[in-house]
Design a protein around this ligand. Structure first.
Ligand code: DGP
Length: 114
C-alpha cells in the first residue's frame, strides 16, 4: 500500500502544491478543493487508514494535528475557524488509501457534515 499517489507526492515523484513539509509530514493543496482553503496533511509513513494506525503512531498522529494548526495559521484561517477531517474507509468517502487529514476553511462550515 506504499505506492499510492500520496506516497509519490511525499517522495517528490509527482508534483503537488506543497504548503508545508518536515521530516514526518507533508501538506499540499487538494486537487479538488471543497473550500477556498483545502489542504491535505499526510504522514510520510504510508498508513492506509486511521484503522491501521497503532500505538507506535501516536506521536505521528499528534504531528499531523499540530501541522494542521500551523497550516491554518499560515493560510490565515486559524482565528476565523476551520475544519479538520479524516475520512476512514469507503463508507466515509475515503478514496486514497494513504492516511490524510483534510484542513478546510475560508468559508462558513455547516454541521452536521454530509
Ligand atoms: P478522501 O476522499 O478523504 O480520500 O480525499 C482524497 C482527496 O485527495 C480528494 O479530496 C481529492 C484529493 N486528491 C486525489 N488525487 C490527488 C492528487 O493527485 N493530487 C492532489 N493534490 N490531491 C488529490
Amino acid at each position: 500500500m506504499s505506492d499510492t499517489i500520496f506516497a509519490k507526492i511525499a517522495a517528490g515523484e509527482i508534483p503537488a502544491d506543497i504548503v508545508y513539509r518536515d521530516e514526518h509530514v507533508v501538506a499540499f493543496r487538494d486537487l479538488n478543493p471543497q473550500a477556498p482553503t483545502h489542504v491535505l496533511v499526510i504522514p510520510r509513513k504510508p498508513i492506509p487508514t486511521l484503522n491501521d494506525a497503532g500505538p507506535e503512531d501516536a506521536e505521528l498522529l499528534g504531528r499531523l494535528m499540530l501541522a494542521a494548526a500551523k497550516i491554518a495559521e499560515q493560510e490565515g484561517i486559524a482565528a476565523e475557524g476551520y475544519r479538520t477531517v479524516i475520512n476512514c474507509n469507503a463508507g466515509a468517502g475515503q478514496t486514497v488509501y494513504h492516511l490524510h487529514l483534510h484542513v478546510i476553511g475560508g468559508r462558513p462550515m455547516q454541521w452536521p457534515p454530509g
